[in-house]
Design a protein around this ligand. Structure first.
Ligand SMILES: [Zn+2]
Length: 79
């Protein structure tokens, strides 16, 4: 896994809205998943609210992809 803190020419955390933050693949913005992280209060002195954009493959790899009820129904996964 790559470090989130990697740097690119000193650009730091400037918005890279066409790119998955994990795998660096170019992904069109409409296909990027928004990962919104809100730290619990106990960590609020150390960690800020953060937003990353991620491709579908990486979201799936993190176990965060959730199919809709409609998709499950069509796939015959609902009783
Ligand atoms: Zn990715």
């Amino acid at each position: 896994m790559k470090s989130v803190e990697r740097e690119r020419g000193g650009a730091g955390d400037v918005a890279r809205d066409r790119e998955c933050y994990r795998c660096d693949r170019d992904v069109a913005p409409p296909r990027l998943f928004r990962v919104d992280v809100e730290p619990p209060e106990i960590f609020s002195a150390d960690y800020a609210h953060s937003v990353r954009y991620c491709c579908p493959d990486c979201i799936a790899a993190m176990g965060m992809l959730e199919f809709t009820e409609r998709w499950k129904e069509e796939a015959g996964l609902l009783e």
